[in-house]
Design a binder for this molecule. Structure first.
Ligand code: OFO
Length: 168
């Protein structure tokens, strides 16, 4: 059985994962509408992965006898300044999510909920991977400079992580 505090922080994370999915979906539609098909593909796959993260939290809450709450979401920005700015925003968001996963680990330790503490380790590792993958994309963008966006757009498709590549 989950304590109320743990149930509540897990529910907050469900909302954050749902928002992450919508955020990347909104970025994908902007990229697609602006001719960046490769970036859009990367973002659509990422949005799908965030939805799976949300579902993992939902199922875990229910396995532990809690009630997962589906909350209303803020509307993500519909426009982006450019591709560099977009990936900088992805990085900032992932760092925020990593911080929020760390808070779950911290609360699970405080509440002596060692099951949650152990279960959430998967997300700790996932965040390391996600940040590293976005950081590699940003490095590549910096190397290419503004005028090689066409090449970057084709190249980024190959920079999906294995978990993203299984997505439709
Ligand atoms: Fe759910 O991993 Fe990114 O945000």
């Amino acid at each position: 059985m989950l304590t109320k505090k743990i149930e509540s922080i897990l529910n907050e994370q469900i909302t954050k994962e749902a928002y992450s999915s919508n955020l990347y979906l909104a970025m994908a539609t902007w990229a697609e509408a602006n001719g960046y098909g490769g970036v859009a593909e990367w973002l659509y796959a990422q949005a799908e992965e965030e939805r799976l993260h949300m579902l993992k939290f939902i199922h875990y809450v229910h396995e532990r006898g809690g009630h997962a709450i589906i909350a209303a979401l803020d509307q993500p920005p519909k426009d982006q300044q450019g591709i560099k700015e977009l990936f900088a925003a992805v990085m900032k968001h992932e760092q925020y999510i990593s911080q929020s996963i760390n808070e779950i680990v911290g609360l699970a330790m405080e509440e002596r909920d060692f099951t949650t503490q152990s279960w959430v380790q998967w997300f700790v590792n996932e965040q390391i991977e996600e940040e590293a993958s976005v950081s590699a994309i940003i490095d590549k963008l910096n190397l290419l400079g503004e005028h090689n966006m066409y090449l970057f757009d084709r190249d980024v498709i190959g920079m999906r992580r294995p978990s993203q590549q299984t997505q439709p």
